[in-house]
Design a binder for this molecule. Structure first.
Ligand code: AMP
Length: 429
């Protein structure tokens, strides 16, 4: 039989990486608690129809879709938002608004594997449902910034746009939503020339193509200056102008809150998912050319799934991409420093006594491993050293006779005899 390896696009996370993944997920969970987002757990398998409804071609074509044994068309979730919108349209429909929801887990997309892009990946997802106010958009931007800091990252840069600006121009010119979607897809891939060509062939006016052509070239970190430039180009497009005012308000709130988010405004910014209706954003670090997270406003999705018209805004952060960024920026997880203790009986007759001590230590919330290889004491200590454990508790006959054991501090290389009843205090101290 040939040797097995992981399926293309899938990975194993060995302890060091798994530890970091957990650390980042915990940072997200802590952020959720600080902002009042309640955690829920949704299924990995959902109906194909639900997931495909507004995913956008890019994601739709890359879904792991199949018929289950009951002949149902299903898929592995490529994102969390449809599941949350499904809940809000059904089970949670009578919940008072706003609803703040947090979830985390694995997602599946048949992407071309490369650095930071896999077919199985992890996200922490935040959805704020029931508000169409700019405060809600400002909240998700700010929580992403807090989460990046909680994960230990520096120099995060936000790119912010608003789909209502480009779509506002196109819809005022009478372009159908389907055509708009295709144009936004091309823009998402930064294929601006192709997008402008398509505008022409779809029957957009010269003025429309010109306006969009100008808009997609505007981006800048000087916020008011950039917004002003955009305003000049869309003067007569009332929907686009309203979208721009909305973006202006959101960014004003963020700035006036004293938040130090670094951001650029990008008028030609589009995101692959079709359900966005308002502000959209991504967050990056200079060391990586892929985004660590992305989100935006989606005011029509809950309604599309049969719920009441419900405005919403949300964001998903890529846990494994954040891990890649922490690696690039040499961030270490403090959780690795947890004291680990090895308990070693000096001979096999003392194994039960060692286990009794181990149970006592674990009850006191200490992380303990017991020697299970029956190695000589020196070999076991060498192993504990190699694995950077903090203490060894050596259970020997002579000490036991007076109710004691030897406690060896492996960092300081000191050893002392401690009464069994006092070891917890000794190890915690
Ligand atoms: P999206 O909504 O497609 O922008 O995805 C949100 C976030 O999920 C991205 O910013 C990434 O951090 C992460 N993500 C999306 N696709 C992948 C992938 N194929 N591999 C790893 N992370 C991904």
């Amino acid at each position: 039989m040939s040797t097995f390896k992981t399926v293309r696009g899938m990975r194993d996370f060995l302890p060091k990486e798994a530890n970091m993944m957990n650390f980042i997920t915990e940072a997200a969970r802590r952020t959720a608690r600080l902002y009042g987002y309640d955690e829920i757990i949704t299924p990995v398998v959902e109906s194909y129809e639900l997931l495909a409804a507004k995913a956008g071609e890019e994601v739709r074509l890359r879904m792991y879709a199949f018929k289950d044994l009951g002949n149902r068309a299903v898929a592995l979730r490529p994102e969390f938002t449809p599941s949350v919108a499904r809940l809000v349209a059904t089970v949670l429909k009578n919940e008072p608004k706003p609803i703040r929801i947090f979830c985390t887990g694995s997602l599946y997309r048949y992407d071309e594997p490369q650095r930071g892009r896999f077919r199985e990946f992890w996200q922490s997802d935040f959805e704020l449902i029931g508000s169409d106010r700019p405060e809600a958009d400002a909240e998700v931007l700010m929580l992403t910034d807090d989460l990046m800091h909680a994960a230990g990252l520096k120099n995060c840069m936000f790119k912010v746009g608003h789909v209502g600006i480009l779509r506002g121009v196109m819809s005022q010119e009478g372009l159908e939503e389907k055509t708009q979607n295709s144009i936004m897809q091309l823009m998402d891939k930064k294929e601006y020339a192709e997008a402008l060509n398509l505008l022409g062939t779809a029957g957009a006016s010269e003025k429309c193509t010109q306006t969009i052509g100008r808009l997609v070239r505007i981006r800048g970190a000087k916020i008011s200056e950039t917004l002003k430039k955009m305003r000049e180009y869309i003067e007569n497009y009332y929907k686009a102008a309203a979208a721009l005012e909305n973006l202006t308000e959101i960014l004003k709130l963020v700035k006036n809150s004293g938040s130090e988010i670094s951001l650029i405004v990008d008028a030609g910014f589009a995101r692959g998912l079709e359900y966005y209706t308002g502000m959209i954003y991504e967050v990056n670090v200079p060391e990586l050319d892929v985004a660590l997270g992305g989100g935006g406003r989606y005011d029509k999705l809950v309604e599309l799934f049969g719920g009441e018209p419900t405005p919403a805004v949300g964001v998903a952060h890529g846990t494994d991409r954040i891990m890649l960024a922490t690696h690039e920026q040499n961030v270490s997880s403090s959780e690795w420093n947890e004291n680990r203790i090895m308990v070693i009986p000096v001979k096999e007759e003392l194994a039960a006594k060692a286990l009794e001590i181990v149970r006592m230590l674990r009850k006191a919330n200490l992380c303990v491993e017991v020697e299970v290889m029956r190695r000589k004491i020196n070999k076991a200590l060498e192993d504990a050293d190699r694995r950077r454990m903090s203490y060894a508790v050596i259970v020997g006959e002579k000490e036991l006779k007076v109710g004691s054991v030897a406690v060896r501090n492996l960092t300081k290389r000191e050893q002392k005899i401690v009464k069994i009843k006092d070891i917890v205090e000794e190890l915690k101290g």
